[in-house]
Design a protein around this ligand. Structure first.
Ligand code: SF4
Length: 421
């Protein structure tokens, strides 16, 4: 394994929130990933990563400086740092005033698509730990998604952050069978180890859930695998399971995957050739062939299992300091409604677009929506037809409409699956 350090020009990126992640800022301190998962989307040419992605790890050695610089530019102060080299060190009372609770904070995703920040190299480099310490110093909530139990090394910091604000340490788990898992994720912790890590994190009060992603057609989407993952998730007290399918982008991503498939699953290989034969540039499968091959969307089966077991399909949205609680909660509500209406209940494209637009708008809207009068509400971009969701939520601080829709989605999914038996 080659570990190469370099000075990066930039580090921090902003992101749109989605059910996948409520984090609004993310960073990749590494380029390349020793886990070397066969389906890794980060290997796709569109990310401009180096060829030996799994064997050469590039480390942004100035990442801590870049992160601090970013926080300072946002007006944040390292309230939790003992020595700040400012007047606060001499006048401790100023520390309280320096708490930047009036500046808008966000959940920081330490990680992204082109590395796992707890890959084995981290044991030696300790870059993620440095970044986590800075997040703690500046009182920033954090989110992780990893396949490595090395994250438990930083339990002390995760606990401190979680007590102070919010820490969510999530795991990707795609295959319960260890033999199959090792084929596709050769250098990551085993699925069993990841489940145990969730158990540990949850017992320490840290937020944690599962990304059942990508769900591999004919391999990961079997009833056996789905049942095993959802039921073990429940046993270890995971808070949610986000389930999604596989994309294979033409080029390195697809070629590597198909070669492995041919070697280990020769019977399934021809089906993938048909399923992903469309060479879609985003790696999406061919929907007509999907139907022809008799497949069922893993999201559908997953939703049913999750509903029955009381496992949420996404994490709860945390509201960071300085943000308007009602607006962010409403934004999350609209994203949930849009998701359910897109996947499980036939709804008009117009309504789904309106829900998504309302979610985007509320995410950044500067006034508390619950305090607007009728005339002011009408002047916003929120469509009159979906305003009742807001009224329902503001009146009860929970959404009966969402609860009903979740139940209705469950019934629709059950009916659909019955027709496939
Ligand atoms: S852990 Fe994530 S980033 Fe690393 S190789 Fe696997 S899929 Fe890619």
């Amino acid at each position: 394994m080659i570990i190469e350090e370099y000075d990066a020009k930039s580090l921090v990126r902003t992101a749109k929130t989605s059910l996948f992640s409520w984090a609004e800022v993310y960073l990749n301190p590494y380029q390349g990933c020793e886990h070397d998962c066969v389906y890794c989307d980060g290997k796709a040419e569109s990310y401009y990563m180096h060829d030996d992605f799994g064997q050469r790890i590039r480390v942004k050695k100035n990442a801590p400086e870049l992160l601090e610089l970013y926080f300072k530019k946002q007006g944040f102060f390292p309230v939790n740092r003992e020595k700040t080299s400012t007047l606060v060190d001499y006048f401790p009372k100023l520390r309280e005033a320096a708490d930047s609770s009036k500046t808008k904070k966000f959940v920081l995703f330490i990680g992204g698509g082109v590395c796992d920040v707890y890959q084995p190299a981290e044991k030696e480099v300790k870059m993620t730990r440095k970044l986590l310490q800075i997040a703690y110093d500046y009182k920033i909530p954090v989110f992780f998604l990893t396949k490595n139990t090395l994250i438990l090394r930083d339990l002390d910091l995760l606990k401190k952050i979680n007590e102070d604000t919010y820490a969510c340490a999530s795991f990707t788990i795609t295959l319960a069978d260890e033999k199959k898992q090792k084929i596709f994720e050769p250098n990551a912790s085993t699925s069993q180890e990841r489940f145990e890590a969730i158990d540990k994190l949850r017992s320490e009060g840290i937020h944690s859930g599962i990304y059942f992603y990508p769900t591999l057609p004919f391999i990961g989407d079997t009833d056996e695998n789905l049942n095993a993952i959802y039921r073990t998730a429940k046993e270890v007290d995971a808070e949610f399971i986000y389930c999604w399918g596989l994309t294979l982008k033409p080029g390195r991503n697809k070629t590597e995957f198909m070669n492995t498939l041919k070697e280990h699953f020769p019977d399934i290989y021809p089906k993938y050739k048909i399923l992903y034969g469309n060479e879609d540039k985003y790696g999406n499968l061919d929907r007509a062939e999907f139907k022809e091959l008799g497949l069922i969307w893993p999201e559908i089966k997953g939703y049913k299992l999750g509903y029955e077991l009381g496992l949420d399909y996404t994490s709860e949205r945390y509201v960071p300091e300085g943000r308007i609680k009602t607006n962010l909660e409403l934004s999350a509500l609209f994203q949930r409604l849009a998701y359910l209406k897109s996947f499980f209940v036939k709804s008009s494209k117009y309504e789904i677009r309106q829900l998504n637009e309302a979610a985007r708008f509320l995410n950044t809207y500067k006034r508390d929506f619950s305090k607007l009068n009728d005339e002011e509400r009408e002047q916003t971009v929120i469509d009159y037809g979906i305003m009742h969701y807001i009224e329902d939520y503001i009146a009860n601080r929970e959404s009966e409409a969402l609860e009903n829709l979740e139940k209705f989605s469950y019934e629709s999914v059950c009916n659909y699956l019955r027709t496939k038996e």
